[in-house]
Ligand binder design. Structure first.
Ligand SMILES: NC(=O)c1ccc[n+]([C@@H]2O[C@H](COP(=O)([O-])OP(=O)(O)OC[C@H]3O[C@@H](n4cnc5c(N)ncnc54)[C@H](OP(=O)(O)O)[C@@H]3O)[C@@H](O)[C@H]2O)c1
Length: 388
């Protein structure tokens, strides 16, 4: 295919990241033909801002367009699976934001085991629809495409070492998105919403290692985890000044998970909403013969200081820092450092070249499986084995 026509479903935060990311290849490799949003206002505003010719409020009507080959889903998580299935049934290739899907109900409505089963039914249904309609799914796990992770893969190839111990984290001081407060719309708390990034990254790295060395991915075998609502503790509640987001309804704001892979190696993953000082996106890989530390955020490619944050005016520094004063670590090109342009280009190229993208359906599916197994582990206080 010469030029790939893209249709967006969703028009806010993640959609803006994707549209900016596509700007370097629009007009040559691809074109955004249409956007669909829940409200007309959002759809039309996004269409105006990014020069997109058509705006919709019904995704099924948009899916009828013959000039759309690839449907991008930067839409709320609870809609990913049904919209992905609709897109696949319309014969469209798919880009799905993280996490692929989950279980969307009140936190107390079901046991975590029942949630695990529901989440896996949803994930299986998306993969089955893709298989049936012979379309691929690009899983928008930007950690996979972040330049320091790309370098990690090359160093893994060069060193030939065994990836023994991975430690990864995404944490910050709390999401401001309304949907994130409730299990029914978010599908979980910090473990799902943010943990999907570092969990996706460590699964990807062991898949990659297995593929290179043995011709098949090394998959996760078992999960041991814990979760908590730390901002609900008595001491925090009594503090007069709040620095952390605390409006969580029924979702956790702290999580830790230990993953054991089929080859017996380990990954430890943290994801919390109780971490001041800006977003942390980190992966450390301990090989049998080397160590690689990935600092997506913060990193020291640019270090700046001002005695008062107002000195920087409206210039953006970094996500979720409480102050712009003092020493700061702004990325010169944060989107690039996080891998957004690289992931979108790979998804477009994968359709043009009729191949799987680097981040695809298996990673999307296993990430959901591991996270919901972690919820089962945290509720039942035991290690959970995954069926292989
Ligand atoms: N990879 C990353 O770094 C990253 C970062 C942030 C979010 N995400 C993921 O991206 C997804 C979206 O998150 P967000 O922060 O962008 O959420 P958001 O700002 O709340 O935007 C959600 C969008 O979904 C649209 N929408 C809701 N229901 C719809 C429907 N029935 N039909 C069509 N559109 C509908 C909304 O439309 P209206 O505007 O008309 O209400 C809105 O544009 C989530 O899955 C999240 O996990 C990923």
């Amino acid at each position: 295919m010469e030029r790939i026509g893209i249709g967006f479903i969703g028009s806010r935060f993640a959609a803006e990241l994707h549209a900016h990311a596509l700007s370097r290849i629009r007009g040559t490799k691809c074109e955004i033909m249409a956007v669909c949003s829940r409200t007309k206002e959002s759809a039309e505003a996004f269409a105006r801002k990014f020069n997109i010719p058509h705006a919709y409020t019904d995704h099924r009507a948009m899916l009828e367009r013959k000039d759309i080959h690839l449907v991008d889903l930067p839409v709320t998580t609870n809609l990913h699976h049904t919209m992905a299935i609709d897109a696949a049934n319309a014969g469209k290739y798919i880009v799905c934001e993280k996490p692929l899907t989950g279980c969307f109900t009140e936190a107390d409505a079901l046991s975590r085991q029942a949630m695990f089963e529901e989440a896996m039914r949803n994930a299986d249904a998306v993969l089955e629809a893709c298989r049936r309609n012979r379309v691929s799914l690009g899983y928008a796990e930007n950690f996979v495409y972040a330049p320091p992770v790309a370098k990690l893969r090359r160093l893994m190839d060069a060193s030939g070492g065994t990836l023994l111990d991975l430690r990864a984290e995404e944490s910050h001081s709390g999401s401001h998105a309304a949907y994130s407060r409730r299990w029914a719309t978010a599908g979980g708390g910090s473990l799902l919403r943010m943990g999907s990034h570092p969990i996706g990254a460590v699964i990807h790295l062991k898949h990659y290692e297995g593929q290179r060395k043995f011709g098949k991915p090394i998959r996760v075998k078992s999960v041991l985890a814990d979760v908590a609502q730390l901002t609900k503790t008595e001491a925090v509640r009594k503090e007069p000044r709040k620095w952390l987001v605390g409006e969580w309804e029924d979702v956790e704001d702290w999580s830790a998970a230990i993953l054991t892979f089929e080859d017996g190696t380990k990954a430890t993953v943290m994801s919390t909403d109780v971490s001041l000082g800006g977003v942390k996106n980190l992966v450390t890989a301990y090989f049998s013969n080397s160590v690689v530390q990935v600092n997506i955020n913060p990193n020291t490619s640019l270090v700046v200081y001002a005695p008062d944050g107002t000195i920087w005016g409206d210039e953006y520094l970094s996500e979720k820092v409480e102050t712009k004063g003092g020493w700061q670590f702004p990325s010169p090109d944060e989107d690039w450092m996080r891998g957004y342009p690289q992931e979108m280009e790979d998804f477009v190229d994968a359709v043009r070249e009729v191949r799987e993208p680097l981040s695809g359906a298996l990673l999307a599916h296993e990430t959901v499986e591991v996270i919901y197994a972690a919820y089962v582990s945290a509720q039942e206080g035991r290690r959970v084995d995954l069926k292989r």
